[in-house]
Design a protein around this ligand. Structure first.
Ligand code: ADP
Ligand code: ADP
Length: 229
């Protein structure tokens, strides 16, 4: 379970200005699909459509063969996880931030998710450990650390489809590499969609789509795309 398919998806915020122009792709369960492209290409729009913040004007988005416009928003969002590095943390403890959405999780489940997301290292050195406060008056986490807390949170939720938006502007190349390495170790039950700005940081995706101006302009793996320049 957990395959995602875009089938000839057209979308515009404003009818006079098409954003996605007949986008078709598939992310099979257990695989990683990366979507790269310049700023304004439509990457975040794709994730907003997956979460049904907006609906396509034409075409369909399917999860496990089911048109997402035909399921309840609650059940749709229950099977989706999102980790982005911007604005994802509450001004509360690391523990609170990880358990948000699964307050019933056991201590072991919480620690296992933290380890998979590789936040155990900075929790270890943080005064207070999991009880350390983050945000304005607490720990200053880097963009990558924030994103890894969000990854731990979404792993606890065990989503069938994980959308990882690298929300590019604030991430340097080193941080992007670290996130990519974290990703490589994650258990995948469903599809993982990585929204990224630069091809250089995506190495291990099973398939990479390059989009520009709302359409796929290249597809392949990392080495074949680099070889084409
Ligand atoms: P990317 O994530 O690849 O940078 P986006 O999907 O955010 O691209 O944006 C694609 C285009 O849609 C851009 O031209 C952007 O300005 C426009 N856009 C994004 N969100 C909105 C919105 N809510 N209303 C109108 N235009 C938008
Ligand atoms: P990013 O992908 O860089 O993290 P967003 O996805 O929030 O940022 O926005 C992408 C682009 O779409 C930006 O240029 C932003 O100004 C524009 N945009 C986002 N929301 C709206 C909106 N409601 N109306 C108009 N433009 C928007």
């Amino acid at each position: 379970a957990g395959a995602l398919r875009f089938d000839d998806v057209h979308f515009a915020y404003d009818p006079a200005r098409p954003i996605l122009r007949g986008l078709s792709f598939e992310a099979p369960a257990g695989k990683t699909l990366a979507i790269v492209g310049p700023s304004g290409a439509g990457k975040s729009t794709i994730s907003r459509l997956i979460f049904r913040f907006y609906q396509p004007q034409q075409g369909r988005i399917l999860i496990d063969g089911q048109d997402i416009s035909k399921v309840s928003l609650v059940s749709l969002r229950a099977c989706l996880g999102m980790a982005a590095q911007d604005n994802v943390l509450f001004n509360d403890t690391i523990r609170y931030n990880i358990l948000y959405g699964r307050p019933d999780a056991t201590e072991d489940e919480m620690r296992a998710a933290a380890a998979l997301a590789r936040i155990d290292k900075f929790v270890e050195v943080a005064p207070g450990g999991f009880e350390a406060q983050v945000g304005e008056r607490g720990l200053k986490l880097s963009g990558g650390e924030k994103q890894r807390v969000a990854i731990a949170r979404t792993l606890l939720k065990n989503p069938s489809i994980l959308v990882l938006d690298e929300a590019t502007s604030a991430l340097d190349t080193l941080t992007e590499r670290e996130i990519q390495e974290t990703l490589e170790d994650l258990p995948r039950k469903g599809a993982t969609i990585v929204i990224a700005h630069r091809l250089s940081t995506i190495v291990k995706a099973d398939e990479i789509l390059v989009i520009d101006n709302g359409a796929i302009v290249e597809r392949g793996d990392h080495d074949s795309l680099l070889a084409q320049g």
